[in-house]
Design a protein around this ligand. Structure first.
Ligand code: SPV
Ligand code: MG
Length: 577
């Protein structure tokens, strides 16, 4: 789909604006969304550096009918025409001039006018023939003209049906087509101008239309006498040896190239069909037709595919769980295997991860790592990496063991937390390159805080406790770490976060800057190897990389004491009741 849009009211008035500004409009026919796109986007450079393009699109009865394989003889009805018009409007922004044929009965014309105006069409041209009309380009067809006063009544009724002063109703004189001569055309023009028409289209199907030029000459005098000059419209199909500047200098304000895209595509389709028949293969035709890639691109398929790709990249993201360390209290098992109501923490985590659509989980194990084998088997969706050095390394080292898996981005979850899936989902969808879940309710925790928390200072202090309709905000972090004074901190880091591919790039680059440089390189840790994930995030912030916090108030808890286990078990029991 095309992303650029135009407000229908602005689009409607654009034709009048262009006419007022330039005095001349060049229109190209379209009969479908795709031909509309071509009319919209075709442009060349003028020698003075400006751009030459079509200023408007003509929705033709001849080509709309022909596209359906039907003759232009009042067979395709207004509803069907409006369908095509909508197709074109949907994918273009330029003003549309609609061929209204005879306009039908007054009531039918009123319906046509209000329908077209409502969807943002700029003008309708109706011809002074009787229904059912025949196409004007066939000189042998019977061309019966409408009584001019009846036609004038239709014009005034149409004008009364409009709500916008900019919607134009243009009267098309068929006198020269029907062989009634210039004087008949001038007489009718006067009646239609007095009825309030916004434009006069004078039509001819001659290759040397001297009568048409005679009409144009006398048109100015007529308008002078009447004190108004509706715009003059020409359709040079048969007399196309006359170029736009010449027609403009004669007095035409709108020139319509009325059927050329349809004729071009018909010929191209025929030639291609014949070539395929001859060659018994389509290979020979490739050189003269658009590539599929080009067609995909012009109708916006590329964007749809890239959106899909983005979505599937998210679903293929791994969630990395650094689980190598030893809990200071619950020392018998790896943190992931702490038992809550008969199941390891990792079970609950995987359940929540699966709810987001993410499949891949990578656990970095170390302390008592072998115990995982009693519960889990490595498979496509669950990967185990070994941190053999777990006693002399921190969570950052564990995380980076998974660097091959993280190139397109990753989420991470500490191994000892329970969480609801929506927190993970929101982190991934935040649109930020590095974002951490943060919670500022720690000051109100019932139980004593017997562990040094990872605290954060944010750019804006968010009061998460306020009732609010809008989703909780994202804010940029100023600092993070265990040494932040509890009084200065705004929030606590919950142990969950997300890195985009760009975030990963910064992470890996910074990690490599430090790797192997020994002690004291990180401000808070004894050595680089012992650094935690939050040490690294602090370093990224220090280097100016934007790190965001996503406000979370409920839906997560950390398990690091037996009391935590009891709370978790009672909550799980409640949620089952
Ligand atoms: C059309 O394009 O449908 C027209 C112009 O009405 S013409 O075919 O020249 O009559
Ligand atoms: Mg027509």
């Amino acid at each position: 789909m095309n992303t650029y849009r135009v407000n229908p009211t602005d689009r409607l008035s654009a034709l009048k604006r262009t006419l007022d500004a330039q005095g001349f409009v060049r229109a190209l026919e379209a009969h479908s969304g795709l031909s509309g796109i071509v009319a919209e986007r075709s442009q060349i450079n003028e020698s003075d550096g400006s751009i030459r393009e079509f200023n408007a699109i003509w929705e033709s009865s001849l080509t709309d009918s022909a596209t359906k394989g039907l003759p232009d003889a009042s067979i395709v009805g207004t509803e069907s025409r409006i369908h095509t018009i909508n197709e074109i409007l949907q994918v273009t922004t330029k003003p549309l001039i609609v061929d209204g044929d005879t306009g039908g009965e007054i009531a039918q014309f009123e319906f046509m006018v209000s329908s077209l105006e409502r969807i943002g069409v700029s003008a309708v041209i109706i011809e002074d023939k009787v229904f059912p009309k025949r196409n004007s380009l066939d000189a042998s067809a019977s061309q019966e003209l409408e009584d001019p006063d009846r036609f004038a009544a239709k014009i005034s009724a149409g004008k009364s049906a409009t709500v916008s002063p900019d919607f134009m109703i243009i009267s098309r004189l068929e006198s020269l087509i029907a062989g009634h001569g210039v004087d008949d055309a001038l007489r009718r023009a006067e009646i239609y101008i007095n009825a309030g028409t916004d434009g006069i289209m004078i039509h001819s199907n001659k290759s040397q239309p001297d009568d048409l030029f005679k009409f144009v000459e006398k048109y100015e005098a007529l308008c002078n006498r009447l004190g108004k000059r509706p715009v003059l419209v020409g359709v040079p199909t048969t007399y196309n040896q006359y170029k736009e500047p010449e027609l403009a200098s004669l007095g035409f304000n709108i020139v319509i190239h009325a059927n050329h895209q349809l004729r071009a595509s018909y010929k191209a389709m025929q030639a291609t069909a014949k070539l395929i028949l001859e060659s018994q293969s389509s290979e020979e035709a490739d050189a003269s037709i658009a590539s599929v890639k080009e067609v995909f691109s012009v109708v916006g398929f590329d964007r749809v595919v890239s959106d899909d790709r983005e979505r599937s990249q998210i679903l293929n993201l791994p969630v990395i769980i650094p689980a190598a360390g030893k809990d200071p209290v619950l020392t018998d098992v790896p943190k992931s295997l702490i038992n809550i109501a008969g199941r390891p923490v990792l079970d609950y985590q995987r359940e929540m991860i699966a709810k987001t659509g993410i499949k891949k989980v990578t656990v970095v194990r170390g302390h008592n790592g072998k115990q995982f084998d009693a519960y889990y088997k490595k498979d496509d969706d669950l990967d185990f990496l070994e941190n053999k050095n777990y006693e002399e390394s921190g969570s950052l080292y564990s995380l980076l063991l998974a660097r091959e898996q993280m190139v397109h981005g990753f989420a991470f979850v500490y191994s000892d937390i329970l969480f609801r899936s929506d927190i993970l989902q929101r982190l991934i969808n935040s649109g930020k390159d590095i974002v951490l879940g943060i919670d500022n309710t720690y000051r109100h925790h019932r139980h004593e805080i017997d562990k040094k928390l990872d605290l954060v200072v944010t750019q804006q202090d968010i009061d998460f406790r306020l009732r609010r309709l809008a989703p909780l905000e994202l804010t940029q972090l100023v600092s993070i770490g265990k040494n932040i004074d509890i009084e200065n901190a705004d929030s606590e880091f919950i142990g969950m976060g997300y890195f985009s591919a760009k975030g990963v790039e910064a992470l890996v680059r910074t990690y490599e800057d430090f790797a192997g440089k020994g002690k004291g390189v990180f401000h808070e840790s004894a050595s680089f190897e012992m650094a935690s994930i939050t040490d690294m995030i602090q370093e990224l912030i220090r280097r100016g990389f934007p790190v965001h916090g996503l406000g979370v108030t409920q839906g997560w808890m950390e398990i690091h004491t037996n009391q935590d286990i009891e709370i978790a078990e009672s909550e799980l029991a409640d949620s089952l009741n």
